[in-house]
Design a protein around this ligand. Structure first.
Ligand SMILES: NC(=O)c1ccc[n+]([C@@H]2O[C@H](COP(=O)([O-])OP(=O)(O)OC[C@H]3O[C@@H](n4cnc5c(N)ncnc54)[C@H](O)[C@@H]3O)[C@@H](O)[C@H]2O)c1
Length: 391
């Protein structure tokens, strides 16, 4: 594991430049590659800006900042990656382009170089299939911004060998990140389980009784979430959030649980992406008047929070049932990857699995929609009076 000294990052965009900093901070010699000079210059500026801020805040001294900076070199030539022990790809989300890159990388690197991909939505095995040695290809999914968010999902594909998974997980652990192991399934852990936070919130809004401001208020006040669903969608970008939902829906063979919404599609079409475009659900123009929440605790609890939390718990239970990850990793992923106030399976125990099941069954019956079907795991656990975390 300690033999990996040189780390290559391909793609100097938002993710690649963040991952480069993390690896350099861990003491690696980092080579950041991008075919576009502009992208390399922007990455260089962004990394220097971040390091300057860390020094100003007193988080790093000047020497540490200088050594991180000295550890990173920038190039447009992938041939410079020949001595890498690990390469993490963070280029555009396009299967053909990624496959071509992986096949080109294999012609340059040694046989024991691990090839990681930071893809959010493509399957690991589909990228690995372009390789001569697919057993060395693995998903290493950082969250944005990579230099700040603590979670990294490690995703071995069908053809990844165990050694690759062990070495990668151990190495990223030494980078000060919290790693979780996920199965190569659409959305991995976080992007899959988090879908109802957005989808169910939009459903409630579309039914017309509660404004998005009220729904946001309910989730923050009753649930303790840092951001309400609509604030969060505006922050992530309705373009990105909509596309993730659409991709997961398609990849899960149109399971109604993951159905995208017309409301968000229209925002996307209108380019109301959220904060970055000045308008999403909310208007971010100076002096704009946005709707105010109705601060009714009873309604917030009964009609909003409960409906969204049972859907989230259902998703977490189903992911556990399908062995996408362990219960500990599922809870860790949601608290460290998207800052949930507590793990969803722990939350299920606190709410009562029978209660969660009842609410889901009522929704399923009332709406007659399969999106509300309870996970068989919740039913089994309730029948056997089990807890996710028995004392
Ligand atoms: N942005 C996020 O929130 C986020 C979070 C987790 C994972 N991801 C994933 O990380 C990857 C990168 O996302 P991003 O947001 O950093 O994108 P980005 O658009 O900011 O950066 C992509 C970079 O890749 C470069 N590039 C394009 N084709 C290339 C090639 N053939 N070889 C080398 N470089 C190439 C581009 O010049 C650009 O600088 C994607 O797979 C994405 O799904 C993104």
């Amino acid at each position: 594991m300690n033999e990996i000294k040189v780390v290559g990052i391909v793609g100097a965009g938002a993710m690649g430049s963040g991952i480069a900093q993390v690896a350099a901070l861990a003491g690696h010699i980092v080579i950041l590659v991008d075919p576009f000079k502009d992208a390399l210059n922007k990455a260089k500026e962004q990394i220097h800006r971040t390091l300057r801020k860390q020094v100003e805040k007193g988080a790093y001294d000047q020497q540490k900042s200088d050594s991180i900076s000295a550890n990173i070199s920038f190039t447009d030539d992938i041939n410079h990656l020949k001595d890498c022990g690990l390469i993490i790809e963070a280029i555009i989300e396009d299967l053909g382009v990624k496959q071509k890159l992986f096949s080109d990388l294999e012609k340059i690197v040694s046989d024991n170089c691990i090839l990681g991909t930071n893809t959010s939505s493509l399957s690991i095995v589909s990228i690995a299939s372009a390789c001569r040695k697919p057993e060395r290809v693995i998903g290493i999914h950082f969250f944005n911004p990579a230099q700040i968010m603590p979670l990294v999902e490690i995703i071995p594909g069908l053809t990844t060998n165990e050694n690759t998974a062990i070495i990668t997980k151990n190495l990223i652990d030494t980078w000060g990140k919290k790693t979780v192991l996920a199965k190569d399934t659409p959305g991995f852990i976080v992007n899959r389980i988090a879908r109802p936070y957005y989808g169910e919130a939009i459903r409630i809004y579309e039914e017309g009784e509660h404004s998005f401001a009220t729904i946001d208020w309910a989730m923050k006040t009753i649930g303790g979430f840092k951001m309400g669903p609509f604030e969060l969608m505006d922050f992530i970008g309705n373009d990105i959030n909509y596309k993730v939902t659409e991709t997961i829906f398609e990849q899960l063979f149109y399971d109604p649980r993951y159905k995208p919404s017309i409301t968000q599609k229209r925002l996307y079409e209108a380019k109301r992406f959220g904060k970055k475009s000045g308008r999403g659900y909310y208007d971010y123009a100076e002096g704009a008047i946005n709707p105010q929440p109705v601060n009714d605790y009873y309604i917030a609890n009964q009609k909003i929070f409960t409906r969204i939390i049972v859907m989230l718990v259902n998703e977490a239970a189903e992911a556990l049932f399908l062995k996408i990850a362990t219960k500990e990793d599922i809870d860790l992923a949601m608290t460290k990857g998207v800052n949930y106030p507590k793990g969803l399976l722990q939350w299920a125990d606190e709410l009562g699995i029978g209660y969660v099941l009842n609410v889901l069954e009522k929704l399923h019956f009332d709406y007659g929609d399969d999106r509300y079907r309870p996970s068989i795991l919740l039913r089994k656990m309730h029948n056997q009076s089990k807890f996710f975390y028995p004392e």
